[in-house]
Design a binder for this molecule. Structure first.
Ligand code: PLP
Length: 407
């Protein structure tokens, strides 16, 4: 991106004009959620002003327009992930619901007592707890891929985790704490050589990686719209047609049925079998607008700029006294976690908030990872393409001020 393009990109986000504690907002909490550009805000508002109606069940004009817009959004996601069919895209509330949907289906129809699933030490709670809840009786045994000191997967240890009882590998595309981008192609190749399917948690990877699900050959891929400039409350589950066909419905209700009787109900085709009730139509339309906005600037260009910003932030923080970066994998998403020793991350985050700087502190929903690192949490600065190098400088200055105040 040229500096002019970057500035234009930044100016598309109205919230970045606001002040916090009488200081210009520096928003570095993008791994938690990204801000929304004007194009997304407008798409959602236009939908409610001009088209609002329920989908799939109406013969009237507005209902048909709403249905077309909703299904067009599905096609946009299909193109974005390069799925074979649009019906392999299921709209959900987000990554969490998508993983719960798959875990519930596995629990009902596949997992037996004593079965195993593989996930990694750096998984978000959303990719651990649904698997613990799955299964009719005892939850499946979770076998954990360990990591090297720099935050990369230990792939030799991964290979040794497979047994005749392994039913699925569920791994993240990028760690929301360490930033590590995981070697998905290799992970998937190894799992498939054991006849085991793979679910990818794309919550962090969706913005930081170009994802082609057919090239990856993953069996499931989940992401949340709000992590890539779309509204909250809309997300996606991609599943290979035959995998989705094999799973039972997640929730019952309208739209997911073909015929309902008191003695027996038959279910609708994909993807509607998994979309019970009135969907988030405005959210899907907002997601489409967000993906088109990303395409306008070029997803590769945005990723490249974010990588430069992340490298700059890492280098600046490393020059500071007693700042320890947590996670040094060679390939990273736009996330820098660190400790300002000896201070608690919450104290640091609270102080710099008063200087207008929004970072996240704590365990970031990755308690097993924190336990393995022996730390209570980190300070996490995470970037989007609207952030600037000057904002990184301001972050570093604010940390110096915070250190003086903390003594
Ligand atoms: N997985 C990862 C790696 C995440 O970072 C997050 C959110 O931070 C999630 C899953 C859950 O996403 P959501 O809360 O949007 O469902």
């Amino acid at each position: 991106m040229t500096p002019e393009q970057q500035q234009q990109f930044r100016e598309s986000f109205p919230i970045l004009q606001r002040q916090v504690h009488d200081k210009p907002l520096i928003y570095l909490d993008n791994a938690a959620t990204t801000q929304k550009p004007e194009a997304v805000l407008r798409a959602v508002e236009d939908y409610y002003r001009e088209t609002n109606s329920n989908v799939h069940r109406g013969v009237h004009h507005l209902s048909q327009l709403a249905t077309e817009a909703y299904e067009q959004a599905r096609k946009t996601v299909q193109q974005f992930l390069n799925t074979r069919h649009p019906h392999e895209i299921v709209f959900t509330r987000g990554t969490t619901e998508a993983i719960n949907l798959v875990a519930h289906g596995f629990g009902k129809s596949i997992l037996q007592e004593g079965d195993e699933i593989i996930c990694s030490i750096m998984e978000h709670h959303s990719n651990i707890v649904p698997w613990q809840l799955a299964g009719a009786g005892q939850s499946p045994n979770i076998r954990v891929i360990p990591m090297h000191e720099n935050g990369e997967f230990d792939m030799e240890a991964y290979e040794r985790l497979f047994s005749g009882k392994t039913k699925i590998v569920a791994v993240t595309q990028a760690s929301n704490v360490l930033g590590t981008i995981t070697p998905l192609k290799e992970i998937i190749r190894i799992a498939h050589s054991h006849g085991v399917p793979v679910l990818v948690d794309g919550a962090q990877g969706v913005k930081s990686c170009i994802t082609d699900v057919q090239e990856l050959d993953c069996d499931f891929y989940c992401f949340s719209g709000h992590k890539i400039y779309a509204p909250m409350g809309i997300g996606v589950l991609y599943g290979k047609e035959k995998m989705l066909e094999a799973l039972p419905p997640y929730q019952g209700g309208g739209d997911m049925i073909r015929h309902v009787g008191f003695d027996r109900t038959t279910f609708n085709d994909l993807p509607f079998k998994f979309e019970a009730g009135t969907p988030n139509v405005a959210g899907a339309i907002g997601l489409q607008a967000a993906l088109e906005f990303v395409r306008l600037y070029g997803h590769e260009n945005l990723i490249k700029y974010e990588s430069e910003l992340t490298a700059y932030a890492t280098q600046k923080l490393m020059q500071e006294d007693r700042i320890r970066i947590i996670g040094n994998a060679p390939e990273k998403a736009a996330v820098v976690s660190f400790l300002m020793e000896p201070h608690h991350p919450t104290d640091v985050g609270t102080l710099i908030d008063f200087m207008g700087i929004a970072v996240r502190t704590g365990h970031h929903c990755c308690q097993p990872l924190m336990d393995s690192l022996g730390i209570p949490g980190t300070v996490r600065a995470s970037f989007a393409a609207y952030n600037t190098f000057e904002e990184v400088d301001r972050l570093v200055e604010s940390l110096r001020t915070a250190r003086k105040m903390l003594g």
